[in-house]
Design a binder for this molecule. Structure first.
Ligand code: NAD
Ligand code: UFG
Length: 346
């Protein structure tokens, strides 16, 4: 019997790509999402992309904190493992509305773990973030580095990580993998699914995409006086399809009886500066990106990239796509869907 995997946040950017890879790998998938930052169109398009596997995807529009609804879902469907991706993720918004972030990200996780526990489902993968490293003192960031989150969104991640460790310590039937994503970008090669930020994008790639399609006049570069090669910040960009496959690798690892609660970085292991990313995107799109050089953005670390050794060794997973691939696929998504999921189907 194929395993039934519940994916929370499966309509979002990372979730939709993960659901597709799970379906293609032969899993049956149940998605729970409140569509707070996503659209049901992504689910429909994932079904289409999955071809003959598309019928193995079922969607429930519900908020994770709605415990009775979640209980009903677990009672009606046997869930083998859960991939918990749902969450609010904007750093700036979390500084303005910290309680909304703590409520959504922490109560959501508690409710999910309680319902899983009550139904004897103790196999879990959780989205965490490189944000837990804060401003790392050295790079590459290893999983055993101290946690030092620097904003309310960031602080919700170590809280959930610790909660998972405590749950697993108390009951060793639990098997939990915490995945710390670095900077996911790009889109599925089909140009059919991708990232659709609501309002003004905070992150580099979606902002640059909107400049390239003429929706915004210029990209503001936050700081060119860092101690890096060209003075701009260095990050670890990872193709969202590579990241999605990292979840499939983690799911396979959950069948290891000794897994306990483990944490893995999912990144490319390579550092790329803002200006290098701009150059790669200009090349992929054939568009000139007008730049406005500005001061540093509060809270930005200088150089952040992952040590990928542990994921390579224990998950047998390694990012395959280059920055050029990420920019090509991001641009393909942008060209096919100028208004994201509000565009007609390409
Ligand atoms: P996203 O906003 O595209 O997807 C998150 C999904 O969760 C959305 O579809 C949203 O509607 C849903 N959701 C939020 N709260 C919910 C709730 N209470 N109940 C049900 N559904 C809910 O974001 P994403 O980029 O796909 O990020 C997914 C996860 O990865 C988040 O946990 C985020 O913190 C983490 N992460 C993202 C990044 C990044 O740069 N994108 C980096 C590191 C970690
Ligand atoms: N940047 C610009 N101009 C912009 C947007 C970003 O110059 O308009 C720069 C930033 O200053 C930074 C780099 O581009 O140097 C990357 O910025 P992003 O906002 O795309 O990504 P961050 O590394 O700051 O943070 C993201 C998520 C966090 C997450 C982190 C690691 O926003 O939540 O990746 O996963 F924790």
């Amino acid at each position: 019997m194929p395993e039934n995997i519940l994916v929370t946040g499966g309509a979002g950017f990372i979730g939709s790509h993960t659901v597709l890879e799970l379906l293609l790998a032969g899993y049956h998938v149940v998605v729970v999402d409140n569509l707070n930052n996503s659209s049901g169109a992504s689910i429909r398009r994932v079904k289409e992309l999955a071809g003959e596997h598309g019928d193995n995807l079922h969607f429930h529009e519900l908020d994770l904190r709605d415990k009775p609804a979640l209980q009903k879902l677990f009672t009606g469907t046997k869930i083998d493992s859960v991939i918990h991706i749902a969450g609010l993720k904007s750093v700036g918004e979390s500084m303005e509305k910290p309680l909304m972030y703590y409520n959504n990200n922490i109560i959501g996780a508690i409710t999910l773990l309680e319902v899983m526990d009550a139904h004897g489902c103790k196999s879990l993968i959780v989205s965490s973030s490189a944000t837990v490293y804060g401003w790392p003192k050295e790079v590459p960031c290893r999983e055993d580095f101290p946690v030092d989150a620097i904003n309310p969104y960031g602080r919700t991640k170590p809280v959930v990580e610790e909660m998972c460790r405590d749950v697993q310590r108390a009951d060793q039937e639990w098997k939990i993998i915490l995945l710390r994503y670095f900077n996911p970008v790009g889109a599925h090669q089909s140009g059919y699914i991708g990232e659709h930020p609501r309002g003004t994008p905070n992150n580099l790639m979606p902002y640059m995409q909107q400049v390239a399609v003429g929706k915004r006049p210029a990209l503001t570069v936050f700081g060119d006086d860092y101690s890096t090669g060209d003075g701009t910040c260095v990050r670890d960009y990872v193709h969202v399809v590579d990241l999605a496959r990292g979840h499939v690798a983690a799911l396979r690892k959950l069948s290891d009886p000794d897994i306990g609660c483990e944490v893995y970085n999912l990144g490319s292991g390579k550092g790329t500066s803002v200006l290098e990313m701009v150059a790669a995107f200009e090349k992929a799109s054939g568009k000139k990106i007008p730049l406005v050089m500005a001061g540093r953005r509060a809270g930005d670390g200088e150089i952040v990239y992952a040590s990928t050794e542990k994921a390579e060794r224990e998950l047998n997973w390694k990012a395959e796509y280059s920055v050029e691939d990420m920019c090509r696929d991001q641009w393909n998504w942008a060209m096919n869907n100028p208004d994201g999921y509000e565009s007609p189907d390409p």
